[in-house]
Design a protein around this ligand. Structure first.
Ligand SMILES: NC(=O)C1=CN([C@@H]2O[C@H](COP(=O)(O)OP(=O)(O)OC[C@H]3O[C@@H](n4cnc5c(N)ncnc54)[C@H](OP(=O)(O)O)[C@@H]3O)[C@@H](O)[C@H]2O)[C@@H](O)CC1
Ligand SMILES: [K+]
Length: 522
């Protein structure tokens, strides 16, 4: 987030003080108003931390209060809350609940309650004759419990909750008081809007360490924070709305997502001169006596990926031919199977290490998937001169990195990058947000078309065939992987259309995805 901060500093130097925050707050308030439909008479609760993220929430709250909403700000550190924002909220008629051990609680509206709380605290403290540090602590704890209770009550009755606990200035997991408010937010029945990003998620990496706010909508300022696009953070963010505050961000992005127009540009389209060899032949070394289906599905994907022909090598030739008679089936090993422009090795391969080794020794691009990942020798991958694309899911990536699966799931971006560096290969990490990372660094591609319906057996085999086919038709590993993931995700959506589907349905829908990409951009 240093680039965002630097851009903010640069812009702030040129603008009147507070202008950026006003832009942010105006966008935030507008998004809240959209969500509420009618603002007048609605109850809005702000969770306000001690930084500028809380300031955004306070100013947006003031705007909503001026339009007739009843706004309550829960101040996590009252003495450090954004002073001007707080003043604006109070001027607009908003009230506050202060989370603090000793101070009085509600400042304005709930005067009766205020008095009660103050009295309770006084009695607890004064009535104690032998007042020790411990008893004072107990009184403080009782007081804090009371203010948390008031906050929880307000949250329970809210129509909208804004999370301004921390933004890009957050460090590490949420501290206990903040975590407690995040838990209240979790049990809120109303919509939760995160300010800039859900408190508790890492803006740079998408990692979530401990408690974090789960939002229905995140209103983010200036730029999409990379972490918001990657799981697990993505799940916490809900839908994401970007408010332009005029930041001019320099340098390369950390993450990028292909759009229809990009994919259209990348798709190989045959010209008048093309024949099947010029369009590329993709070799599929996959399947085993035990798993012939993986071979059939990889071929199904490969036939829809733009290569001119698909050559199959392995023990499932009969099953492949029965389903796809256009396949060139060879009963020799990969080395003697005839020329291909790219190989896919591994889906359903069982323990056939020799096919993996032969394919890795070739001088054409290679995609390694599934069993092939386990069987591939790291030094052999690193020694390759042609591109290598590895396509693990989280469990396979964890095994290759020697860490528990949860570690990969919690740090997907870092895991994809680390694996790419270790193998000196492009890595496509499958999952609800599929990532594609090149070994040399640069922006990681995040796939925007994924759908949970794709989490079905054999779906990865189709993706491998598709990506291998794109490799054979001349795309680089990063482009082939991200284009395949894009088409595969779209195909999954078309095939599923709200109902469960099998992997073969996804393969069958790839041409529709392809046409959708080409037509829409035309
Ligand atoms: N700059 C601009 O022009 C613009 C910035 N904008 C907004 O500012 C936000 C960034 O503001 P920021 O830099 O003040 O940091 P912020 O996210 O509020 O957090 C810092 C506070 O949180 C605390 N804290 C830290 N970690 C914590 C934890 N784990 N658990 C609990 N608390 C924790 C930390 O406490 P401390 O460490 O100081 O004790 C400190 O007080 C940005 O996201 C956007 O919303 C927009 O208005 C657009 C214009
Ligand atoms: K936040």
């Amino acid at each position: 987030m240093e680039t965002v901060r630097a851009a903010e500093r640069e812009l702030m130097a040129r603008l009147p003080e507070g202008a950026l925050m006003q832009r942010a707050a105006a966008g935030l308030a507008a998004a809240c108003a959209d969500l509420l439909g009618r603002v007048y008479g609605r109850r809005v609760v702000l969770l306000v931390g001690s930084g500028d993220n809380g300031g955004d929430a306070l100013y947006a709250g003031a705007r909503l209060a001026r339009r007739g909403a009843g706004v309550t700000a829960v101040l996590l550190a009252p003495e450090r809350a954004h002073a001007a924002g707080l003043a604006a909220l109070r001027r607009a008629g908003g009230r506050t609940v202060e989370i603090t051990a000793t101070a009085e609680t509600d400042k304005t509206a709930d005067t009766a309650k205020n008095g009660d709380t103050a009295k309770t605290a006084d009695t607890a403290k004064n009535g104690d004759t032998a007042k020790t540090a411990e008893t004072a602590d107990t009184a403080d704890t009782a007081d804090t419990a009371k203010t948390f209770e008031t906050a929880e009550h307000a949250i329970r009755n809210a129509d909208l909750l804004l999370d301004g606990i921390v933004g890009i200035g957050g460090k590490g997991g949420l501290r206990p008081d903040a975590a407690r408010l995040a838990a209240f937010a979790d049990s809120a029945r109303c919509a939760v809007v995160a300010v800039d990003l859900p408190s508790g998620v890492d803006a740079d990496t998408g990692e979530v360490r401990g408690a974090a706010v789960r939002a229905d909508l995140t209103v983010t300022f200036g730029t999409h924070k990379p972490g918001l696009l990657v799981d697990p953070a993505r799940e916490y963010a809900g839908s994401v709305r970007l408010v332009d505050i005029g930041l001019d961000l320099p340098g390369e992005p950390v993450l990028e997502a292909l759009q229809h127009a990009d994919v259209r540009r990348l798709l190989p389209v045959p010209s008048g001169e093309s024949d099947k060899y010029r369009r590329g032949v993709v070799g599929i070394a996959a399947g085993s006596a035990r798993y012939p289906g993986a071979a059939v599905l990889a071929v199904a994907g490969a036939l829809r990926g733009g290569a001119g022909a698909v050559r199959y090598v392995g023990p499932a030739g009969d099953a492949v031919l029965a389903r796809f008679p256009e396949t060139l089936v060879s009963d020799r090993g990969p080395r003697q199977a005839g020329r291909v422009q790219a190989w896919v090795v591994g889906p359903g391969a069982g323990d056939d290490a020799s096919a993996v080794a032969e394919v890795l020794a070739s001088d054409v691009p290679v995609l390694v998937d599934a069993d092939g990942l386990r069987l591939a020798d790291r030094d052999a991958v690193r020694a390759r001169t042609a591109p290598t694309l590895m396509t693990p899911h989280a469990g396979e990536a964890a095994a290759l990195l020697g860490v528990p699966r949860e570690e990969v799931e919690g740090a997907r971006l870092a895991s994809a990058r680390e694996l790419a560096a270790r193998y000196d290969a492009t890595v496509l990490l499958k999952g609800s947000t599929t990532l594609v990372a090149d070994p040399g660094g640069g922006a990681v591609r995040v796939n925007p078309t994924g759908t949970a319906w794709l989490a079905t057996a054999g779906s990865g085999d189709v993706l491998s065939g598709l990506a291998g086919s794109l490799l054979a038709s001349g795309l680089g590993a990063l482009d082939a992987g991200s284009t395949a993931a894009y088409l595969h995700g779209l195909a999954g959506r078309f095939a599923a259309d709200g109902a469960p589907v099998g992997a073969h349905d996804v393969a069958d829908a790839v041409p529709e995805a392809w046409r959708d990409v080409r037509d829409l951009a035309d």
